[in-house]
Write a protein that binds this ligand. Structure first.
Ligand code: NAP
Length: 453
């Protein structure tokens, strides 16, 4: 395996971090800074690092992805290794890892879509945002999704459920012209499918009102600067909308800015646009119906917000759509030996502590909220607890860590990828990108491994 050398001489504590996204990498950095003698293995089931920075952040938000420069510095620090293409539960058990390392940190995110709980959710043409975003961002789990988009024989409309930034990302990617996406790393298969889909209407549905929407302002404003699409907001939906009762002053400012942007959208004069993005509030999905197993209609119920909750009014309307994408949040996956809070969709924990020597960070700890830097402070807090536990290890021998893992993986015959392998995959993706594009991702693990020569 390639990666940074770790010595077998008297050594410091060993830490395994499962997941190489932001929360795991921030935790590694915080531990490494205080304990430069620590041997930290950052394990990922994909051959590539960076979690949601690679497979979640919108392909047209390349600036956000610059954070990987910092993460690469963490991955190349003394004693830190990237251990890719290793799946916990398949290649090595969590119990084995816990026996091998002084501490194990779960940084596994929340990769599963929450369900809408509606009839018709299993129709062809209905997708969760984890699957849909994973598809256009080249996540190997969703390479074969081939989502059903409008095709000329179906309504030229897509409904996106949710009023968060993920819903905005999806609307924008579907609405952007090919020219607007040339500097993105949107995967070619997705670019082609979107370009071929005669999308005319995109419905963005919030079950509560404009004040309750969880958009951030810069992302919302982007909808107003699209080449072939325009946002449509009914001014009546904004009447009486007031953010002054929002308690947190920072959140209040964001909401006020959002209202200002929405009012600008509502006041825009009529203009022709190939795609209309209908921003609808107080609109909760009620039922999805279809024909021949394919979605054709989304029934929506108008709501009122009462004590912060969306309450149905009984009044409904129908949208003829070819595709329904829910962007309503995520839940963590189950791992043998890890307690999960089913309702919250997170790993059961007390301030990041799951059990003796077992910790959790990021979305698996607190749920799918916050932006990338939110994970820094959160992971640093948990790292403090890990560091307390590791005190004293170094003078007294700790667990074997990397040597034990290498032996287990060799026995299981796993083709592990290290950081140098990632560099090769990275270079191959950059080399095969079309002119002007940052990269063309490999979407299959075999292709990533084949790029290693
Ligand atoms: P989110 O901000 O929590 O938004 C989820 C949305 O789904 C909310 O509007 C929620 O409405 C709605 N929802 C939940 N259950 C629903 C149901 N059963 N029916 C209808 N609507 C339902 O989550 P997200 O958009 O997935 O984003 C996750 C995190 O990543 C957020 O912190 C986000 O800011 C961050 N992110 C940031 C960026 C960026 O900075 N550019 C980009 C993408 C994601 P209620 O509010 O009524 O529950």
């Amino acid at each position: 395996m390639t990666g940074n050398a770790t010595s077998s001489a008297p050594h410091g504590p060993s830490v395994a971090i499962i997941g190489s996204g932001p929360s795991g990498l921030y935790a590694a950095d915080a531990i490494q800074r205080k304990r430069p003698d620590a041997r930290i293995d950052i394990i990922d089931r994909l051959p590539t690092p960076f979690g949601l920075v690679r497979a979640g952040v919108a392909p047209d938000h390349q600036g956000t992805k610059n954070i990987v420069r910092q993460f690469e510095r963490t991955l190349t620090k003394d004693g830190v290794r990237f251990v890719g293409n290793v799946s916990i539960g398949r290649d090595v058990s969590l119990a084995d890892l816990r026996a091998a390392y002084d501490a194990v940190i779960l940084a596994v995110g929340a990769p599963l879509d929450r369900s809408l709980g509606l009839e018709g959710e299993d129709l062809d043409g209905v997708y969760g945002s984890a699957a849909f975003v994973g598809w256009y961002n080249g996540h190997p789990d969703f390479a074969d999704l081939a989502p059903r988009l409008p095709d000329g024989s179906s309504p030229g409309a897509v409904a996106i459920i949710g009023n968060g930034n993920v819903a905005l990302d999806i609307a924008r990617i579907l609405a952007k012209s090919e020219a607007e996406l040339t500097s993105s790393d949107l995967c070619r298969h997705a670019q082609d499918a979107i370009a071929a889909a005669p999308i005319r209407d995109i419905y963005l549905l919030g079950r509560r009102g404009p004040v309750e929407a969880s958009f951030t302002s810069a992302e919302l404003a982007e909808l107003g600067h699209l080449e072939r699409a325009r946002p449509l907001v009914d001014a009546r939906a904004l009447e009486g909308a007031d953010a002054s009762a929002v308690e947190d002053p920072k959140a209040q400012k964001v909401k006020e800015k959002n209202l200002e942007i929405l009012r600008e959208f509502a006041a825009q004069p009529e203009r022709d646009a190939a795609i209309r993005i209908h921003v609808l509030f107080h609109a909760a999905p009620k039922a999805i119906t279809g024909a021949d197993g394919k979605v054709t209609r989304l029934t929506v119920e108008r709501t009122e917000v009462q004590e912060g909750r969306a309450v149905g009014t009984g009044e409904t309307f129908d949208l003829d759509v070819a595709t329904v994408i829910s962007a309503i949040g995520y839940r963590c996956a189950t791992i043998d030996g890890v307690p999960v809070d089913d309702r919250a969709g997170v790993v059961r924990n007390q301030d990041g502590v799951v059990d003796d020597g077992l910790y959790v960070v990021g979305w698996a700890k607190r749920g799918p909220s916050g932006v990338i830097p939110t994970n820094r402070a959160d992971s640093m807090e948990v790292a403090k607890r890990v560091l307390e536990q590791l005190e004293g290890i170094g003078e007294t021998a700790g667990r074997p860590g990397p040597e034990a893992l290498d032996a287990l993986l060799a026995k299981a015959g796993v083709q592990v990828t290290g950081f140098d392998d990632w560099r090769k995959i990275d270079a191959a993706e950059v080399a095969r990108a079309a002119e002007g594009r940052p990269r063309e991702k490999f979407t299959r693990i075999e292709d990533m491994l084949a790029a290693l020569g």
